[in-house]
Design a protein around this ligand. Structure first.
Ligand code: PHE
Length: 341
């Protein structure tokens, strides 16, 4: 029996030399230390041995088993180490490679322009006042001094809903009435930004939806000089200190007198180019002194209060700032366009 244990040990150690990979080592473990390995059979036969032989055989069998187990563990960790070294050599990690850039989102060009407009007017004490996009005929037209069937309605091609008298606002001016009715008889100084809708043939210059920023100041002794000063200062802050502006007489039913403000074409510097249609000027907004009828509709006594109002198109301003040639880019959701801002 002792000789057999010697053979088991010699064979086990010799075979171990051949176990050069982790799967081969596992095969070796099954063959030499598994349930049906010769060594385990020695333990099985233990009961049938002569009593005096048992301690000697038992001691030796345990020694062989511990030796084989210890060599197995050594071999396993050596193989593991080798695998690690091979992996490190073959899968080299180049820490000097540039990382993958993370995509950053950005603000839509209209949003950027709107925020600049809010900033400028905030510095002049104007608060943002939001009002609804779906309006009644009364607010969009009548209270703004545009009665039904008045020819001035032709200035605003309107989307009507199936509910009579309910429409998509064609301009932000109905917000003037909402904010006046909320604040009267206190003074008001607000800007009213938001989406407007017109039933238009879509083209490079016309869209069926666009933003406007309305402005309204109502108080005591507000003059046309205040209107000119505010809007001239706005143009300087928006387009640069040296920009020149001019006011041309115009007509809106809800302001009297009414005007349109032009800024000197900053593309050609006033010399005339195709952006300014060779006039040297770019029209950016409509404005005027709030009509007495509108003041009254807003809840103010026109004998005691005066005010000015204006309305501008931020998409148009963004087009001028960035020389965008087609207004349809704003809603076409094309990343090639959006990523330029
Ligand atoms: N609401 C006018 C438009 O849409 C612009 C405007 C606003 C003019 C306020 C004068 C005063 O054309």
């Amino acid at each position: 029996m002792l000789e057999e244990l010697e053979r088991i040990q010699t064979a086990g150690l010799a075979d171990l030399e051949q176990a050069t990979s982790e799967p081969l080592l596992e095969q070796w473990r099954v063959a030499h230390l598994g349930r049906s390995a010769p060594l385990m059979q020695v333990f099985d036969k233990f009961g049938s041995l002569a009593k005096e032989a048992r301690p000697v055989i038992g001691k030796r069998a345990n020694e062989v088993k511990r030796l084989l187990e210890a060599r197995l563990a050594e071999r396993a960790s050596a193989l593991h180490e080798q695998a690690l070294v091979r992996a490190l050599q073959s899968e080299t990690l180049d820490v000097s490679l540039p990382g993958r850039p993370s995509q950053q989102g950005r603000l839509h060009p209209t949003t950027q322009t709107l925020r600049r407009i809010y900033e400028i007017f905030a510095e002049m004490g104007f608060q943002v006042y939001r009002s609804r996009e779906i309006e009644s005929d009364e607010y969009n037209f009548e209270l703004l001094n545009i009665p039904a069937h008045h020819p001035a309605r032709d200035m605003w091609d309107t989307f009507h809903t199936q509910t009579p008298g309910v429409l998509l606002r064609t301009h932000t001016s109905p917000g003037q009435i909402h904010s006046m009715r909320e604040h009267a008889p206190n003074p008001v100084r607000v800007i009213l930004p938001g989406m407007c809708f017109r039933y238009e043939q879509i083209s490079a210059r016309k869209e069926i939806q666009f933003n406007q920023v309305e402005g309204l100041a109502v108080g005591h002794e507000i003059t046309f000089g205040d209107l000119k000063g505010t809007l001239t200062d706005f143009a300087r802050r928006m387009f640069g200190d040296s920009v020149r502006t001019r006011f041309r007489a115009s007509h809106f039913p809800f302001t009297e007198p009414s005007a349109e403000m032009d800024v000197e074409c900053f593309i050609c510097g006033g010399k005339g180019c195709n952006v300014c249609s060779h006039t040297g000027w770019l029209e950016i907004l409509g404005c005027g002194m709030v009509h007495p009828v509108v003041l009254q509709n807003g809840g103010y006594d026109p004998a005691k209060f005066t005010g000015f109002a204006f309305g501008m198109g931020p998409e148009r301003i963004a087009m001028l700032r960035h020389r965008i040639e087609d207004i349809r880019y704003f809603w076409s959701n094309d990343l090639r366009f959006l990523e330029q801002f």
